[in-house]
Design a binder for this molecule. Structure first.
Ligand code: FE2
Ligand code: FE2
Length: 402
């Protein structure tokens, strides 16, 4: 089935340029164009639209109101917002209603990539039966602006550590977390580091960006929920991410994929918070079922909701346009065998790191980690031989930080 797109911009020449640029996509996409909010809403009411790509400043309606109306008329649609730098404040105000933000003037390829991610999201919705769940989720958090600001800075050639430090310093909570990390024995430094620039220089800009994303998301979600400890989710994510990175480095995984694996570790259980905030009754029922029947939480969620926190978290990260390996690793962290890969994947690493984070310090903990993995996969990847090495390194990391 073709993907139905609606482009909204009051500048005719921009719509014409988009039409021209994407002519080659006409086999995969159907495209509609509107020059006002009113015209766009009429199109949305008339027929199915999967993705709306809209300018935030429209002549006949406030951008935020327009996005709210789109959400109401087509709750399952993906909303991509485009805007010039001058409208940054307007954009920030609408961030919770937009799934992805694109700066104007934008590259055709960037826009195409954003739309293709939207296809991936739509496919996920269908494959995992998430549509009904998503429609009921009215409080999905937006991509934290701190993350997008770091992202924009990293894309510039002349960005240095001080520029990133200036951006991060605006968030006291994230600054504190970064300084705490760099001063922990994970880094084994002889003296206490108090300078954010120095800390970022040591951690690397990608790690800092991943931590900013995770810290802001947890903060955003925890302010709206009860019954879930934000600190526990953050600490568990952090430990899993560090174990995952240790394993990835031992296996000499390439640098980009190692960074993606670290980010997936930080974010792997974020879906739990998404469910607790949006569907608190279902969340409570799942927790009760897990306790009553001694089930793992993801299995109880599957029974109560029809999908688990892994899939729901991945859906959110997909909406935000995070790298595909991160989205896939989060999606499959409780079922890495679904990827059917002959290689060690980030999803399998997260699954093992997750089990280590829960059990490594308990007697017989490592056996529990092995037991959770599909036996065919374990044999194919020779995990019986590799696991003790990973376990030793992760245990050392844990002991150093005790
Ligand atoms: Fe999980
Ligand atoms: Fe976990």
């Amino acid at each position: 089935m073709k993907l139905a797109l609606l482009f909204v911009d009051d500048e005719q020449y921009i719509l014409k340029a988009l039409k021209r640029s994407f002519r080659s996509m006409s086999r995969q996409w159907t495209m509609e164009f509107a020059t006002s909010a009113r015209q766009a809403l009429a199109i949305l009411i008339k027929g199915k639209i999967d993705v709306v790509v809209s300018e935030i400043r429209l002549p006949d309606m406030d951008g935020r109101k327009f996005l709210e109306a789109v959400k109401k008329v087509r709750p399952g649609s993906v909303r991509i917002v485009m805007s010039g730098y001058a409208d940054k404040d307007l954009l920030v105000k609408s961030i919770d209603l937009a799934h992805q933000l694109i700066a104007k003037p934008c590259d055709d390829e960037d826009l195409k990539a954003a739309i293709q991610r939207a296809v991936m999201i739509r496919n996920m919705l269908e494959a995992y039966g998430l549509k009904d769940i998503v429609v009921r989720m009215n409080r999905l958090p937006g991509l934290p602006s701190l993350y997008t600001e770091i992202d924009a800075a990293l894309k510039k050639d002349d960005t240095d550590v001080d520029d990133i430090a200036d951006i991060v310093a605006r968030d006291v909570g994230v600054t504190a977390k970064i300084l705490k990390l760099v001063n922990s024995s994970f880094f084994g430094l002889p003296q206490h580091v108090t300078s954010l620039s120095k800390a970022i220089g040591m951690l690397g800009m990608d790690t800092v960006q991943a931590m900013a994303l995770s810290a802001c998301t947890v903060e955003q979600l925890c302010s709206r929920t009860t019954g879930l400890s934000a600190r526990q989710i953050w600490e568990h994510g952090f430990l899993t991410a560090n174990f995952a990175r240790t394993i990835a480095r031992q296996e000499k995984m390439e640098r980009d994929l190692t960074d993606d694996t670290f980010m997936a570790g930080l974010m792997h259980d974020i879906g739990q918070m998404v469910v607790a905030v949006n569907l608190p009754e279902k969340w409570k029922n799942a927790r009760q079922l897990a306790q009553k029947e001694g089930l793992e939480m993801h299995l109880a969620e599957e029974r109560v909701l029809g999908a688990d926190h892994a899939v729901i978290g991945a859906y959110l990260l997909g909406l935000w346009g995070l790298p595909e390996p991160v989205v896939q690793a989060v999606c499959h962290h409780h079922h890495p065998e679904q990827e059917d890969s002959a290689e060690l994947t980030p999803a399998l690493i997260i699954s093992i790191a997750d089990a280590f984070a829960h059990n490594l310090d308990k007697p017989g903990g490592s056996e529990t980690a092995v037991a959770g993995i599909d036996s065919g996969m374990a044999a194919r990847l020779n995990l019986g031989q590799r696991m003790p090495r990973w376990q030793k390194e992760c245990r050392r990391l844990l002991q150093d930080n005790a």
